[in-house]
Design a protein around this ligand. Structure first.
Ligand code: ATP
Length: 820
């Protein structure tokens, strides 16, 4: 092999399709190109590897890369409009009509070719597409040694050094087997004369990496799989619709969702949609027969006045003896034993389809980048990795271990060892199940003794954010379950001073999971507007614990109340703040409630804007986002929609940066293929600069674009607060709210025996619940101050700030401008 040999990386998608697979391919191809690699896609999963390019007809004329072929259609269009015309890793700028011919002298049609070299523009705009554009298949041939021998031969003939596989546990099992068998496959190919000795030596080791694309979220050693959250979005959309018809007719609905061995989708849908009962494979009902447990629960809910009944059944649900529990069985029981008018809905393949949610654009992008790095760093000694995710960290875990652990869940279920099956799932899954029971079951048996019960005040602060109501619902229901009194305060601290309080019932909050905005009403008034009056209201209403849900104002309020403890004994009670703000500007915590809902609102809006921008003519949209002085939404939004540039308050806007953007856009539009109009986006946070406003940026681009492009602006404003909260925000709200309640109980228990006038609450009893990498922590509010930039109302340092660079790299600016 020559010294100039560039690393050639191929990517394939395999098994069942999932949303986000296209984003994986896009990220791997683009990032690989920026790293100087030659990039290939393999069509139709492992089947494409087995078939290779040998049967492709040859043509005498040159042909270009063709998007339709990449979509899996086989017609050959002599059309240069989809040519990859950005520079390849080797710096070569492809001209119209070149490209494929350059790779394959003599020129060959894409028809019958499965391993195809791709360029930058071939994967442009793939974010918004569901499924997988390069095709997937379940390949029986690859399960045989003969098939894998052919796959190895094809890879070596195409000169591929490394392979990225995106699929479920089956696909990754295949990947692991392929890698372990590789030396013997190479040796057989050499013996049969299919490859030369030089090739055998050069390709002695296969570098392989796995990314988990699966809607089931069934892979061990990673918190989420690519596509799982989009599937949950689809389920929640359907369930929200079902809920309204169920309410109208006072009906029961039994909804079957996917999940043969894994109940994640059923569990998360149960939590997010406020179901009454769920059936999942890992934890069959304890009562025998299961009909009794389900009917007792649902009967209590109906007695309390509930008009709807929702039961979710995972596809692979069964009882403790592994007898299947089917949706139809559940319907019969509900109709016959409880006399409910019951319908069955099987969501089927609608769960797989549709546009990826924001998370399924961000996660595959970050994992795709990590996958390329893992391949480039791989040596014969390093294990093959699976790229995972743990809380908020992208991880590399040994592929073989992850596959083994995943398979052991199915074995544990088969052996009826359900404790083990649960223990093999991640802690969030187990917590989720406990949380579901705590907020769904109306159960008097868990009440605390009278002297341990609390009067818990709950207040919303600042701007509304998705998940505030879901968190309140969870807190209210937890209170009722434990015998506490949930007292909600309407209209913030102003409402408290006006005695605008209400004790909520279990039924009153029933449909709050899906409600956006703030059911309690919220504003920005802080308690120091009249701290003495606030203290006397605490006394008057005998608060034992105080629960604030909101953004930076809630954090500031807690600080004020904590400080006022030195003068007012009324504040010597446990107090907790659950961050909820679309700006995600509360220090220490990596996520707050509402920021996922907001990112999804941004993605929806930007997809529509981009479509309009492409349809009109070559147009650059400058999109303004909310976020105050925190650039989280703008930066992560830019990553999720493939913007070419992002402007944040943290970095500001300089004239040099503007000049660079103009130069980039001119160059980029001049390289675009003739007749192919492209919309491009620049995201600008509302407070990025007081001088270079959104209007200024758009006018400047309009002026500078000349014949090449024009520009418009769009301000997303309050639409970013989102309508219906996203499933991730709803589930996170329940999880964090219950942890807050446990915190309040713990500190109340420690304080309750101290006489009221002498009570001294420790500093740590006023805390903020924070997500920090792989942990959820209750951080004392005083400690938070060290990490807060109080003037700009944001954190001093932010984990997401590094992603600005990635936006510019995958948007094409960095690689292209570096070439100039
Ligand atoms: P999903 O989770 O959606 O079912 P998956 O990746 O688990 O996705 P499978 O059908 O199990 O889907 O596997 C996809 C492909 O991976 C198979 O068609 C086969 O080509 C390959 N494969 C799976 N298991 C093996 C194996 N043990 N040996 C070789 N190849 C395998």
């Amino acid at each position: 092999m020559s010294e100039e040999h560039k690393t050639k990386i191929a990517v394939l998608t395999s098994g069942g399709d999932s949303a986000g697979m296209n984003a994986v391919v896009r990220a791997i191809v683009k990032y690989g190109i920026t790293k100087g690699c030659e990039m290939f896609v393999v069509r139709e999963g492992y089947e494409g590897l087995v078939r290779g390019n040998a049967d492709a007809p040859t043509f005498k004329r040159k042909v270009s890369f063709n998007k339709h072929d990449l979509n899996g259609h086989t017609e050959l269009l002599d059309d240069t409009s989809f040519i990859s015309n950005l520079r390849y890793g080797d710096g070569t700028l492809l001209k119209e009509g070149e490209g494929d011919a350059m790779d394959h002298p003599g020129g060959r049609s894409l028809k019958g070719r499965y391993i195809i070299r791709v360029g930058w523009d071939d994967v442009r705009g793939w974010f918004a597409e569901g499924g997988t554009l390069i095709g997937t298949a379940r390949s029986a041939a690859f399960r045989t040694r003969e098939g894998r021998l052919s796959a190895a031969k094809n890879l070596i003939h195409e000169g591929i050094d490394a392979l990225a596989v995106c699929g479920g546990d089956g696909s990754l099992t295949g990947a692991d087997l392929f890698r372990s068998e590789w030396p013997s496959l190479v040796s057989d190919l050499k013996a049969s004369g299919d490859i030369t000795e030089t090739q055998a030596n050069y390709y002695a080791h296969l570098k392989i990496v796995g990314l988990v694309g699966s809607i089931d979220n069934d892979m061990s050693m990673t918190d989420t799989t690519i596509g799982a959250y989009t599937a949950l979005h689809r389920i929640c959309e359907s369930m929200d619709n079902i809920n309204s018809t169920a309410f109208s007719h006072s009906r029961a609905f039994v909804v079957e969702v996917m999940g043969r061995h894994c109940g994640w989708l059923a569990l998360m849908a149960g939590i997010s949609c406020g179901a009454d009962f769920i059936f999942i494979p890992e934890r069959p009902p304890k009562a025998h027969p299961w009909e009794d447990e389900m009917c007792d629960n649902i009967h209590r809910h109906r007695e309390a006045g509930k008009r709807t009944t929702i039961v979710i059944v995972a596809e692979g649900a069964h009882d403790a003896d592994l007898n299947p529990i089917r949706a139809e069985d559940v319907k019969t029981v509900l109709s016959e034993r409880l006399g409910l008018d019951t319908r069955v809905t099987c969501l089927g393949h609608t769960q797989r389809g549709g546009r990826p949610c924001a998370w399924d654009r961000i996660l595959p992008t970050l994992q795709g980048v990590e996958a390329v790095d893992a391949l480039l760093e791989a040596t014969p000694e390093t294990p093959s990795y699976m790229i995972g995710m743990h809380e908020n960290k992208i991880t590399r875990v040994p592929l073989v271990e992850a596959v083994k652990m995943t398979q052991s869940v199915a074995v544990a279920i088969k052996d009826k060892d359900f404790e083990k099956a649960m223990s093999l799932r991640d802690p969030e899954f187990c917590e989720g199940l406990e949380g579901f029971v705590a907020v769904s079951a109306l159960d008097n048996t868990k009440r605390l003794p009278k002297d341990q019960r609390m009067r818990v005040a709950i207040i919303h602060m600042g701007a509304p954010a998705g998940g505030m109501n879901a968190a309140t619902r969870a807190a209210v229901r937890y209170c009722i379950r434990r015998g506490h009194k949930p007292l909600v305060i309407h209209n913030g601290f102003k409402g408290l001073l006006e005695d605008n309080l209400e004790e909520l019932s279990w039924l009153r909050v029933d449909n709050w999971m899906v409600r956006g905005g703030s059911e309690l009403g919220t504003n920005r008034a802080l308690p120091d507007m009249d701290i003495g009056a606030v203290a006397s209201q605490f006394q008057k209403h005998k608060f034992d614990a105080f629960f604030l849900i909101g953004g930076f104002e809630a954090f500031t309020s807690l600080l004020i109340l904590d400080k006022a403890r030195q003068h007012y004994p009324q504040f010597h009670i446990p107090m907790v703040h659950l961050p909820a703000t679309i700006s995600n500007n509360v220090p220490v915590t990596e996520f707050s409630l509402g920021c996922d809902t907001s990112l999804n609102a941004l993605v929806d809006a930007c997809d529509a804007i981009k479509q309009s921008a492409s349809a009109s003519r070559n147009r650059v949209f400058v999109v303004e986002t909310q976020g105050g002085k925190c650039g989280y939404i703008a930066t992560m939004g830019a990553l999720a929609v493939g913007a070419v540039s992002v402007y944040t308050p943290e970095s500001g806007i300089t004239l040099d940066a503007l000049r660079r953007d103009v130069e980039f856009l001119k160059l980029r539009y001049s390289l675009d293929a003739k007749g192919r109009s492209e919309g491009r986006l620049i995201l600008r946070n509302e407070a990025a600069s007081t001088v270079y406003t959104t209007e200024f940026l758009s006018k400047m681009l309009q002026e500078e674009g000349g014949e090449l492009f024009d520009s418009r602006l769009a301000s997303l404003g309050h639409t970013l607060q989102g309508g219906i909260p996203s499933p991730m925000d709803r589930a996170r709200a329940v999880r964090l709210s219950l942890k807050c309640m446990a915190f309040l109980e713990k500190h109340h228990d420690a304080l309750r025996n101290q006489p009221e006038h002498k009570r001294r609450a420790p500093d740590e009893s006023a805390a903020v619940i924070t997500i920090q990498s792989s942990r959820v922590e209750l951080t004392p509010v005083q400690e938070m101050v060290d990490h807060a930039d109080m003037k700009n109302r944001r954190a001093k340092s932010n984990w997401w700030i590094q992603h600005k660079e990635l936006v510019e790299s995958l948007g094409g600016k960095t690689p292209l401008m570096n070439e100039v």
